[in-house]
Design a protein around this ligand. Structure first.
Ligand code: MOS
Length: 755
């Protein structure tokens, strides 16, 4: 296999730095005279501050500043990301004595040492006047909003006449499924190091949205965005929690300006549960109507999902379910419920984790009602035409994912009857399958490459490395064209001094950044060949189309060769450079400018001529002790169709991650709310349960790896999120097969299997 080009199973380009613990992450940065900041969270569910006593806090040696609503800068409003702004939510704390939700910061203590800041933070005394609040969707005070009415852009997805078709269907499944609130919990906490030099602000922050942080800070503080530079070369996991400007960045910037020192603000884990978004709890009513043959004639998917008092966070999970199968009569719709928390937002496969848990559970319930194999049922309802738009899919290899996965998993050996498969010791064994899809989206990206006479290529491009492997993928694309080892490729990204940094999310990073990098690299290669073959040059007269570029040398078929260094030096050039900007079909011409303003700008999944999604089929085996019915996942096989695989190793890791997230969502994860006091009860990673090594065994990953050339010139679609779509449903379906118990609300813990 090609060791150093597109599709290679290459080591991560940043692997050594990470293993060596080099300080490439924001919170590892230590600047001279740097002060440390610790926020103080509100301790009531809602209300207002009556008084604050800061005397004890201020008397701790080393304390430089205590910011409160009384002395905080008055900020300009910054819009919510999904209302055309840059912020994780429209609401800004510390602007008045009002408390909108438990956990919002009421003070920020800045001190010469982290220890002093912590000590003083505990000594900030606040007297509150509590007010009634609502944190549960069915409790009094919850306010319901019909999404399609309030947010016309996020309309219902409808084709045919679903109500009529459903009432005429021979077999109907009508069930309600629920997925809980979840928090992203990346290993790297939210962190910002703010550093002013005169009126110029530099911010080191692990963010998926450096441009949004830059622009949002400039707006909030009323300064020229050209004076703000945000650097996010590496992110220690984001999963959606770092895809907009969060309030800690504003607090760090204001604090640093006040104390005249760099300020490091690392949000403590307990406060990260409030300091950014989270995945809202969803309730899904799914109705499917089928003919006895298995042909599904109608589907209605209605979701009820939480939002906040101040923002309407849309839910688009039923858009993806409406485009999953060839169901001719379908309606997907959402209702939002306003509650007193921060605004919920994106968490890996933000909508599809829930909507496909619902759909893919319902599909298997339907298969049992029909007495059909669930893979056969899905294949019966496969399609190459999107039922909503009537447009063809670009490349859709869902069926191949199912067939290959079934083979690798050994599905043919399954006996369909629940509780029919057991290990020798009596342990119940269950096998489950689910499919998933995720929109193939594209952000506008510009790339510039400069290849120096030293044989090193500097790539400057939009995007953020959050562990998903985009740097490795980009290095492989550039290496492929430039014939260089990936060590000779230096990548600048996540830097607002580079080309516009699109919000890197929604699995669009590599698919968006890869094509312009490829195009710019190709232009450099063409330029090198022109140089080499022109008159008086070493390869004069050779046919450029027959040259090869490898290991920094250009080779002609007649045996002549020249190194890049020698070629450029001979031409008295320090470097050659090229640029490319790519706008996906359907993007407005000003899309790159919008990205430069830190705004989310996207095309897809419906493009002018086609509809594009990535697909997956997950197969799970669970084991359940019949006496203590705790389900464990003992095996998973997942097969992904994400077009061409650019970086095999990091793509494979993404799919492992999706499987692990499936285990978490299916069996463990839930953020509990406290109806008495507001806020989240288990705001730590001891009680917010995620899978650990012992929960992860025998995971296998495979790719169809067929390029999707209509989608983009690289033929590559996203992989990071589709990997997590349907994984929880496969496990829930396996639990049903093992136990005969259909659990429709996640997570599936012991108590739900005892009942
Ligand atoms: Mo994300 S959930 O792709 O920011």
């Amino acid at each position: 296999m090609n060791r150093n080009g597109i599709g290679a199973d290459a080591q991560r380009v940043d692997g050594v730095d990470k293993v060596m613990g080099r300080p490439i992450f924001a919170a590892d940065r230590i600047l001279p005279r740097m002060a440390h900041a610790v926020p103080v969270p509100a301790a009531v569910g809602k209300g207002r501050i009556l008084s604050m006593d800061l005397s004890e806090a201020q008397s701790v040696p080393g304390v430089l500043l205590v910011l409160t609503h009384q002395n905080m800068d008055r900020l300009n409003p910054v819009g919510f990301t999904f209302a055309g702004g840059q912020a994780i939510q429209a609401y800004q704390p510390l602007q008045s004595n009002v408390i909108a939700y438990r956990g919002e910061p009421v003070a920020l203590v800045v001190a010469k040492s982290l220890e002093a800041a912590w000590e003083a933070a505990y000594l900030v005394n606040v007297e509150y006047v509590p007010a009634p609040f609502t944190v549960e969707p069915d409790a009094p005070g919850a306010e319901t909003v019909v999404q399609a009415t309030a947010l016309p852009w996020f309309h219902d997805f409808v084709c045919g006449d679903p109500d009529n078709a459903l009432s005429g269907a021979a077999v109907v499944v009508d069930q309600t499924y629920a997925t809980p609130r979840q928090h992203q919990n990346p290993i790297e906490l939210q962190a910002s190091v703010a550093d002013w030099e005169g009126d110029r602000l530099t911010v080191h922050e692990g963010t998926q949205a450096s441009q949004a942080v830059q622009q949002g800070l400039a707006i909030a503080l009323g300064i020229d965005p050209g004076k703000v530079r945000v650097l996010s070369p590496y992110v220690g996991g984001g999963f959606g929690s770092k895809n907009s400007m969060c309030f800690h960045s504003v607090m760090a910037a204001v604090a640093s300006r006040r104390v005249g020192r760099p300020v490091k603000l690392v949000v403590p884990r307990a406060q990260v549960f409030y300091g950014t978004s989270f995945r809202a709890g969803n309730t899904h009513r799914v109705r499917l109507g089928a003919e006895p043959s298995g042909r599904i004639v109608a589907g209605i998917h209605e979701t009820r999902v939480q939002t906040s008092r101040f923002d309407l966070m849309p839910f688009t999970g039923a858009e993806t379910t409406s485009r999953m199968y060839g169901i001719p009569n379908y309606r997907g719709a959402a209702t939002l419920v306003r509650l007193d928390t921060q605004t919920p937002g994106f968490m890996r496969a933000p909508f599809e984790m829930g909507s496909f848990f619902a759909l893919e559970s319902a599909i298997v319930e339907l298969a049992y009602r029909l007495g059909q194999d669930p893979i056969a049922l899905r294949i019966t309802n496969d399609t190459q035409v999107d039922p909503i738009s009537g447009k063809p899919y670009s490349v859709r290899r869902l069926k191949e994912c199912l067939v290959r996965g079934a083979e690798r998993f050994g599905w043919a050996r399954r006996t369909a009857e629940p509780r029919s498969m057991r290990a020798a010791d009596g342990t119940l064994i269950g096998w489950g399958v689910a499919a998933g899809a995720y929109p193939a989206l594209t952000a506008p990206v510009a790339a510039a490459i400069r290849l120096g006479a030293d044989g090193v290529a500097h790539v400057s491009v939009g995007g953020h490395e959050m562990g998903q492997g985009i740097r490795t993928a980009i290095a492989l694309v550039a290496a492929d064209e430039l014939g260089l080892e990936s060590e000779k490729i230096r990548i600048t990204m996540g830097d607002t001094n580079a080309p516009p940094q699109h919000v890197t999310a929604g699995s669009w990073g590599t698919a968006s950044a890869g094509p312009p990098v490829q195009e710019a690299a190709r232009a450099i290669r063409v330029r090198l060949f022109e140089l080499a073959t022109s008159t008086d040059r070493p390869l004069a007269g050779a046919d450029p189309a027959r040259l090869e570029l490898r290991n920094g040398r250009i080779q002609a078929p007649d045996g002549r060769a020249i190194g890049i260094t020698e070629l450029l030096q001979g031409a008295e050039l320090e470097y050659v450079e090229a640029e490319s900007r790519r706008l996906a079909p359907g993007l407005p011409p000003d899309a790159l400018n919008r990205a430069g303003k830190g705004l989310v700008t996207l095309a897809g999944p419906e493009y002018p001529d086609f509809v594009a999604l990535s697909y997956v089929a997950h197969f799970a085996e669970v084991r359940v002790d019949p006496r203590v019915p705790r389900a464990c996942v003992s095996r998973m096989v997942s097969v992904v169709d994400c077009g061409r695989v650019v970086s095999r190793r990091t793509a494979t890791s993404q799919v492992y991650g999706g499987q692990v997230w499936g285990v978490g969502a299916a069996l463990l994860e839930e953020t509990e709310v406290d109806p008495r006091f507001g806020g989240f009860l288990n705001n730590n990673i001891a009680e917010y349960q995620v899978p650990v090594s012992g929960d992860v065994r025998n995971f296998e990953v495979d790719f169809i790896d067929e390029p999707d050339p209509q989608f983009n010139s690289l033929g590559a679609k996203g992989v990071g999120e589709v990997a997590a779509v349907g994984a929880a449903a496969a496990i829930a379906n396996a639990v049903f097969h093992a136990t005969g118990k259909r659990v429709r609300d996640l997570p599936i813990r012991i108590e739900k299997l005892l009942a």
